[in-house]
Design a protein. Sequence first.
Length: 361
Amino acid sequence: MEMKEKMPSRLLTTTFTATCALALSGFMFGGSEEQSPPSDRSRAGNENPIEIVVYSGRSESLIGPVLEKYEAATGNKVSTKYASTSGLTALLLEEGDATPAHVFIAQDAGALGALADRKMLSPISESILVAVEPRFRSSAGSWIGVTGRARSVAYNTSAMTPEDMPESIRDFTDPKWKGRIGWAPGNGSFQAFVTAMRVRDGEEKTEAWLRGIMANEAVVYPKNSAIVRALGAGEVDLGFVNHYYLYRFLAEDPDFPVRNHFMPNGDPGALVNIAGACIPRRNRTDSARLAAAEDLIRFLLDQEAQGYFAESTYEYPLAAGMTPAAGMPPLAEIETPEMDLGSLADLEGTLAMLRKVGALP
C-alpha cells in the first residue's frame, strides 16, 4: 500500500520554509452513532476497483490498518506516500493542482489551514462535514478533523496533585517550578501549541513565556513519550504533552504513577488540535476518484475506524456519538480555547521564535 518513491530531502527542508512562510466555538451538537455518515460500500468487490493516492502525514503504524480496512471494505486500492505533515504540505504547495494526491491526511490543523489559505483544497460534501462539530472542521468546508489530540500537563502522582497546579499554563514561569518541568520544543505538537499561544496571546507574551520556561531550566526531551517515561521515573515532576501518550503507558502498567491534568477556563495549555483530512485541488476532473476520496473520508469517520482510533491510539474520536477509550474524560469536559484551528498555519513563525529564544538550535 505504501508508494515506493521517496521525497527529495531538499524539498522537505527548503521548499517547506519558502512556501509555508508565504502561507503559513463552545457548541451544542447532539446526535447518536447513526448520525455519523455511513461509508459508501456499493463498490466493494466490483470488477473495476478505483486506485486513489493518499498523502499521509500520520505514520503507517497509526493510519495503515485503517486504510487496509477501507481497501477490504470497498475493493478500491490505496497507494500511500508517508512523510512528515510539514514535508507533505510543502510538496502539495509545490505540486499545485498537478498533484497526484486525492486525499491528504495531516497530523495537525495548521497544515490544513495553510493549504486552505492558498486555495489548494476542494470542498468536502456537507453530508460528510455534519459528522463533526464545527470547532473541529473548516468553516469553509475545505477540511475535517478525524481525531482529537488534547494538550495536557502530565504529572508524577508522587510529587504533586491536581490541586498543586496553577490556574494557567502561563504561570509555569514562576520560579517555584524551576527544574521540575519537562518539555519537547522540537516536537510538532508542542510547536502547534506555541502557535496557538501566539495567535491567542500575541508575539510578545508568547516569547516572554518561552523565556520564562527556559529560565526555569526546563529539561529538554526529544518527544512526548520520553517526557511521560521520565515522569514515571521521577526525573521531573510535570511535563507538557499530548494526552494520549499516558494511556499507552497505563495500558502496560495500570499503576504507572503519572496522570494528565487539563488546564481550565479555555487556557491555551488545553488546546485540542486535530488530525484531519482534505481533498487537494487537482487540474483533472475525475468524478469516480473524487467520489472514492470522499468515501475514504467518510470511512475515517465511520464507527469502525473511529472505534479503532479510540481504542488503539487513544485519541479522541470526533464523529458524533462516538466515545473515547475507557478512563479518558469526555472531550466536552476539556475547556479548550475557542479558536479557529485553521489559523495555526504559521509554523515558520513559531520555529523562528523558538530559535530566537534558544529553545531550538
